[in-house]
Design a protein. Structure first.
Lengths: 231, 231
DNA sequence: CGGACTTTTGAAGTAATTCAAGGGGAGTGG
DNA sequence: CCACTCCCCTTGAATTACTTCAAAAGTCCG
């Protein structure tokens, strides 16, 4: 296995920020690599949390399934992001299922290894705290949206969030760089695929988005922002 | 100022767990006390996060107000709970307004002081991580409920959560020990006060709850659990 | 080219909001 | 102590946003 230090170190920013450079190699030494093809499952809801990962390249989708079988997408995870931060918070089991939506590379540490590393580099604990704080805020924002906004607005926020987190600027607009179906958007925005389809169709007609089979491009961000802000 | 060690130390459990007993006094030394009357505001959304608190006695309500003036209740905070954990996660501003709903005692530390304490007692960082993890999970549960459940079920979950977190067992049932209006429940469950009123009226008729002006008692928990589980 | 998956669109149905009005309790001030 | 006022709660009726049901068309892959 070839080690690509630059790649790995840049990706591990979310955890290693503020740690002396000479320690990076040591932190890296305790890690392992993992590669997933599209639709491969990294961890499954309910599994014991035995490792923590950082996405190096690719994207994953974290989903929760309810007792009666309904799915909710917790979030998409891209390069540099932490998978399973709750393991550091002392949670025994994974709260969601994480699936690759693209070819994906990750670096991982066993929970024990990471605990040992944190013992030597307390700054990492703060970085984990900050990462978890960001997730908490995001989740709280979603609660607020689901509680107070109508579907169009929520969907606009959802698409804009995806665009901000993972979007790629192209000639046609901001493209979501992984397959994203109407059903996926529905599970993110708390609605049905039918409503998503109707809403996207309307936006398409107005030239706000350009979308197709599992594909979304934001062509008029300002107008989408206007919808998100309440028309 | 009289120091009441037992009281303070018990309350600070969420942060001090796993820290050597002899250090508790030292941690306590850097703290200050704060007392609030009903409706007093502890921190306001947008304010710089200059301190972190633990509730000693009483209850507070954390709310977020949207740009267009709608309110969402983030959660109620009771004894032993952390106020403003995001300050430890490096957030500069408070994301919500925290108001006392009862006479309330807190102990607090300035952010700088707490950072210094954590430097000496890294276990506290883990406790903060665990506390934030719990909040994150709770928030995520709410997202799931708002995305997939109808109002009755969501409201049942909301009431049960309040009962589990702060409820007091009395002869008549589990009582929510602070004033809680229909509007408050609506802002917790993501609905309107009208719908909450109708639903509670129905439950009252069935003998599931006993409620009145800003007052809720769960009289038949099993049946409320049944509703939360989907009838 | 066949078949599975995704999307679209219409129509019917419904849960919940909005609109509207009235009633009751608690606290205050006369 | 009573009456007034404010706040909170209740309930009906109208409306609407969204889901559910249903069917067909499109798109990709093998």
């Amino acid at each position: 296995m070839t080690i690509v230090p630059d790649f790995g170190l840049r990706a591990s920013c979310e955890l290693c920020r503020g740690v002396a450079c000479e320690s990076h190699a040591e932190i890296h030494a305790g890690s392992f690599r993992r590669r997933l093809a599209t639709n491969d499952v990294l961890v499954r809801q309910g599994d014991t949390a035995e490792a923590i990962y950082i996405v190096v390249a690719g994207q994953l989708r974290a989903t929760q399934t309810t007792a009666d079988g309904q799915q909710v997408i917790v979030r998409y995870l891209g390069p540099g992001e932490l998978v399973g931060p709750l393991a550091l918070a002392g949670e025994a089991a994974h709260s969601d299922t994480v699936t690759a939506v693209n070819d994906t590379h990750l670096i991982g540490w066993s929970s024990a290894e990471m605990r040992a590393i944190i013992g030597r580099h307390p700054a990492i604990a703060f970085n984990a705290l900050a990462a978890l704080g960001r997730r908490y805020r995001e989740s709280q924002t979603r609660v607020q949206e689901l509680s107070t906004e109508k579907v169009d607005r929520r969907l606009a926020h959802t698409v804009l969030r995806l665009a901000a987190q993972s979007g790629r600027r192209t000639a046609r607009g901001i493209e979501i760089p992984f397959p994203l179906s109407r059903q996926d958007l529905a599970e993110l925005a708390g609605t049905t695929l039918h409503t998503v389809s109707r809403t996207l169709s309307a936006w398409e007609t107005s030239g706000i988005v350009d979308s197709g089979r599992r594909r979304v491009i934001v062509t008029d961000e300002p107008r989408l922002l206007a919808i998100a802000g309440g028309d």
